[in-house]
Design a protein around this ligand. Structure first.
Ligand SMILES: [Zn+2]
Length: 234
């Protein structure tokens, strides 16, 4: 099955020659934390690898730890690279697919006309640590100006559905609300990247919890995980 079916494709990246999408419930879970046989999960990863160029093509993933570490991929390898302890991926080279798993956290996609691209997993910890800005900085050090980037925040829990403790709110917003309060992670990420000079920012209309029939949501009780995938075509 085509992993894009039932998810969200970032249409505005297509003219840059960049395929970016978030899978949905229809494509099945890409996480191994469910009761499903692992072979079912791995068959979806195989379909993804076929979509992004086959077994010889580069696909990078990593064990995610809600941190702010970004891996920059040089493209000197083939196959499926599974890294450790990273929540973001950056590449200048076309033909390097990169993926993060999400289910309420925000998959943040970045693309440039040169084929430079990035994807990060930004939950509240990653957002508080500014992981999207870290990826933009990594691209900047490789020669990609902030103002030439396109950034898209994919399907994630919306501002109405995401209540956090007062302490978490304070870490994100810089002031204590005195009790639990709601946070819009995508709006916050958009503000962060706008403040450092990114101009082209779009936000998905999909909420993983409001639209739980379409996407997996950790808060709604799902063990399944969708994927945020980006690859610049060669
Ligand atoms: Zn919602």
């Amino acid at each position: 099955m085509d992993p894009r079916v039932g998810g969200e494709i970032v249409e505005s990246f297509a003219e840059l020659g960049v395929l970016a999408f978030t899978t949905g419930r229809a494509a099945g879970s890409f996480g191994t934390g469910t009761d499903e046989p692992v072979r079912h999960v791995m068959s979806r990863w195989s379909a993804l690898r076929t979509l992004v160029g086959g077994s010889r093509a580069r696909l990078a993933t990593a064990t995610q730890v809600h941190g702010s570490t970004i891996v920059t991929h040089s493209g000197e390898w083939r196959g499926w690279l599974r890294g450790e302890d990273a929540d973001g991926h950056v590449s200048l080279r076309r033909g390097t697919a990169m993926a993060v798993t999400v289910a309420d956290c925000v998959p943040v996609f970045m693309a440039h006309a040169s084929g430079a691209a990035a994807v990060v997993h930004s939950g509240w910890r990653g957002t508080a640590a500014g992981i999207a800005a870290h990826a933009i900085h990594a691209l900047f050090t490789l020669g990609i100006p902030h103002a030439e980037l396109r950034v898209h925040c994919g399907p994630a829990v919306c501002g109405r559905c995401y209540e956090v403790s007062g302490d978490v709110y304070a870490q994100l917003m810089g002031r204590h609300p005195g009790g639990p309060a709601t946070v819009d992670l995508r709006a916050l990420i958009a503000d962060q990247v706008r403040s450092i000079g990114v101009r082209d920012i779009s936000l998905s209309p999909w909420c993983t919890r409001c639209d739980n029939d379409r996407f997996y949501s950790h808060r709604a009780g799902d063990a399944g995980r969708q994927l945020g995938v980006i690859v610049a075509s060669e």
